[in-house]
Every structure is written in C-alpha cells, then in structure tokens.
Design a binder for this molecule. Structure first.
Ligand code: S5P
Length: 275
C-alpha cells in the first residue's frame, strides 16, 4: 500500500495549505518546537491543571482541557492559561465535544460560565446532528480565527463512529470547507487519498496513546506514538494519564512529556523520510 500523500509532507510544508489561523499556528508551533504531542490535562482542579501545564508546556504543541471537570474554574484560570500559552508557545484545545443543534451549540460555545470561544483556539464536535452543528459553531468561532475538529472515530471500545459514519463525517467537513473545520479526531488517516482534492490538507489528531498500559477498565484503548504516526498516519498524538498520571512528582511528569515528545518526533521524522 502506498503512503497517504499528506504523511510524506513535513509539517512546515503544510502551513501554506491552510487559511485558518489556528491550523497555521498549530503547524508552525509543531515545526518550531519539534513536537507533535498534545497533553490532555484531565485533573480535578484548575490549579492542578496549571501545575501540569507549567511542567509539560515546553514539550507540547497543544494543551487539551475539559474545563467542565474543574471544581474551581474561574476567569483567572483562563487568564493564566492564555498567558502560559504565549510564554510556552502552545495552542489551547478545549475538548468540548459539542453534539447539539446549531442554535444550542452556538450558545454553549459563546456563553455560560466557560465562554469557550473567548479563549480556546480549537474545539471539537460530533457530526451526529448534521452540518448545522458546524454552521452554529462557525458563526461564533470563525470571525475569531478559531478552529474546529470533527470526531470521525473514537479510541474507545465499541465506538459507533466507524465505516459509513466516519465517511459521512469526512464528507460533511469537506462540504463545509476548511475556513473553520481544520481536521478530525480519528484513529486513522480518514481523509482518504482518493477523496481529498488537490491542495486539501486536514490535521488528524489521535487520542488513546500510551507507552505503558494497553487500555483502562472503562473501554479506553491505547496505541504507541509510533503506531499512531507511522502505521495510521496521525499528525498529533494526544496523551493524558500516560503523562500527568505518572508517579514520581513534578520532574517525572516533565520527563515523561519529553519522552513522548521524542517518541512522536522520531516517528514523524521516519515517516517523512520515506519519500
Ligand atoms: O476518541 C476519543 C476522543 C477524545 S477527544 N478518545 C479520547 O480518549 N479522547 C480524549 O482524550 C478523552 O476525553 C481524554 O481527555 C483524552 C485521553 O485521555 P487518556 O488519559 O486516556 O490519555
């Protein structure tokens, strides 16, 4: 099987294939910091999350949050997060997984306690409601230069996002155009080479990544960075508990992030050398 053409291109050469400012920024950071690692900070409090981010920030292209987990969410968390994103050079991805009609998601994205669109460069949505979800979110996010990923596949066992669902999700994104939808949460290169048009480029971001355990007791399934980047052609690996959950204190978390960064980058260099 010949390699997907996108997987042979260096991140730096893909910047010009995007018009969305967040997509460009992600690729620029990846190239500049030599990292395709995103860290997911799914801890209970905003203060713990900031601690983890200070430790891992220099190793990542992106920090992924679930701010609805925090017991102590405040606007000052957002201010500090944005400040760290500038100092340590990473993109902020709020993993909100919107899944409602366009009108509702536009309110959930812009309003409430979290006001996600005000600070998150990137967010994501399920395709199950149909294209109205993209329209509702883009109305808020696109004027701000934000980006959106559609969930085309999931890492969890028994996921229904397979086959026809995945294909229709890709088509929905393609029809929406790439001014706001910049890629997918997926386990594979779902933007099949016979479907992408000339100059079309999508970012594939894959969670379910671990160098230790193969899964958890609640259906999560892990693959190695190499499996994601070389075998499946992912662009960004998303790691949560494998990094922030490591035992051994502050330095251990920092070292583990660096270990994943190196693994991910080695795999990427090997991939583009297959030209
Ligand atoms: O299919 C998915 C999609 C996502 S965004 N599977 C996932 O695990 N995620 C998210 O990635 C999940 O919500 C969590 O925040 C992270 C994986 O965390 P880990 O601790 O299992 O690495």
């Amino acid at each position: 099987m010949s390699a997907h053409p996108t997987t042979l291109l260096p991140y730096s050469e893909r910047i010009k294939l995007h018009t969305n400012p967040t997509a460009k920024k992600i690729l620029e950071i990846m190239d500049r910091k030599k990292t395709n690692l995103a860290v997911s900070v799914d801890v209970n409090t905003a203060s713990e999350a900031l601690e983890v981010i200070r430790r891992v920030g220099s190793s990542v292209c992106m920090v992924k949050t679930h701010v609805d987990i925090f017991e102590d969410f405040t606007e000052s968390f957002v201010e500090e997060l944005v400040k760290l994103s500038k100092e340590l050079d990473f993109v902020i991805f709020e993993d909100r997984k919107f899944a409602d009609i366009g009108n509702t998601v536009s309110l959930q994205y812009s309003s409430g306690i979290h006001k996600i669109a005000n600070w998150a460069d990137l967010t994501n949505a399920h395709s199950v409601p149909g294209p109205g979800i993209i329209a509702g979110l883009s109305k808020i996010g696109e004027p701000l230069g934000r980006g959106l990923l559609l969930l085309a596949e999931m890492s969890s066992k028994g996921s229904l996002a397979v086959d026809g669902y995945t294909e229709e999700t890709f088509k929905m994104a393609q029809e929406a155009g790439r001014s706001f939808v910049i890629g997918f949460i997926a386990q594979n290169r779902i933007d099949k080479s016979d479907l992408i048009k000339d100059g079309e480029d999508y970012l594939i971001m894959s969670p379910g990544v671990g160098l230790g355990a193969k899964g958890d007791s609640l259906g999560q399934q892990y693959r190695t960075p190499r499996e994601c980047i070389i075998d499946s052609g992912s662009d960004v690996i998303i790691v949560g508990r494998g990094i922030y959950g490591i035992k051994g204190g502050e330095q251990a978390v920092k070292d583990e992030a660096e270990r994943y960064r190196i693994e991910g980058w080695k795999a990427y260099e090997e991939r583009i050398s297959k030209k």
